[in-house]
Design a protein around this ligand. Structure first.
Ligand SMILES: Cc1cc2nc3c(=O)[nH]c(=O)nc-3n(C[C@H](O)[C@H](O)[C@H](O)COP(=O)(O)O)c2cc1C
Length: 180
């Protein structure tokens, strides 16, 4: 059987984002797979832009990546107790494309945040954002990575074994859900 394609969506755009690091560690624990990181640096959703120019190429490409992925992992930061606007904007744009690339898609969500709760509220809200798209979202184990700037070493690896076992379990469940 060929390798699955695993798509990662980081709700934080910055290169050094702990959410990006968490996705990469999740991908390592999902392996073997072809891991692709989506680019959520999209224009802000604007109905005038959509009407005048149609779906931006970067949005269509994101929707195609989701459709073609065997499984998707999403990691959100917590901004003022909610998921990032970057992530919501991406979900809104993708919902405007033809078809629904999320339908029945195996998806695992996680969060990495500075606070002690590890973005728990943001992740709960993200889960509710996904309901209209009807993906197959795993219920757990839940990963709320707290104090995120201190949880990765200089190579971007998890600095302790605090989260690794649950993340591994989540990724193995996702792999099975994707039929691999
Ligand atoms: C606008 C803003 C709001 C934030 N609000 C929260 C919050 O509600 N809870 C929390 O734990 N951290 C909060 N933080 C800190 C983020 O969790 C922290 O910046 C985190 O590292 C972002 O993820 P990243 O490393 O992937 O960029 C906030 C940061 C910003 C910029």
């Amino acid at each position: 059987m060929s390798q699955p394609t695993l798509l990662g969506l980081s709700g934080s755009l910055r290169q050094d984002a702990t959410n990006r690091k968490l996705l990469r560690e999740a991908a390592r624990l999902f392996d073997p797979a072809h891991f692709v990181e989506a680019d959520l640096n999209l224009p802000l959703y604007d109905g005038d832009l959509e009407e005048g120019e149609g779906i931006p190429a970067a949005v269509q490409s994101l929707a195609d990546q989701i459709a073609q992925a065997d499984a998707v992992i999403i990691s959100t930061p917590e901004y003022n107790k909610g998921p990032s606007g970057v992530l919501k904007n991406a979900l809104d744009w993708v919902s405007r494309t033809q078809g629904n690339p999320w339908a029945d898609k195996p998806v695992a969500v996680m969060s990495a945040a500075a606070g002690r709760a590890g973005g728990e509220r943001a992740q709960m809200i993200l889960r509710s954002f996904m309901v209209p798209f009807q993906p197959r979202i795993l219920q757990g184990p839940e990963i709320h990575l707290a104090n995120s700037s201190n949880e990765f070493d200089e190579h971007g690896k998890l600095a302790s074994d605090r989260y690794e076992k649950s993340l591994h379990k989540l990724m193995q469940k996702l792999r099975a859900e994707a039929g691999f």
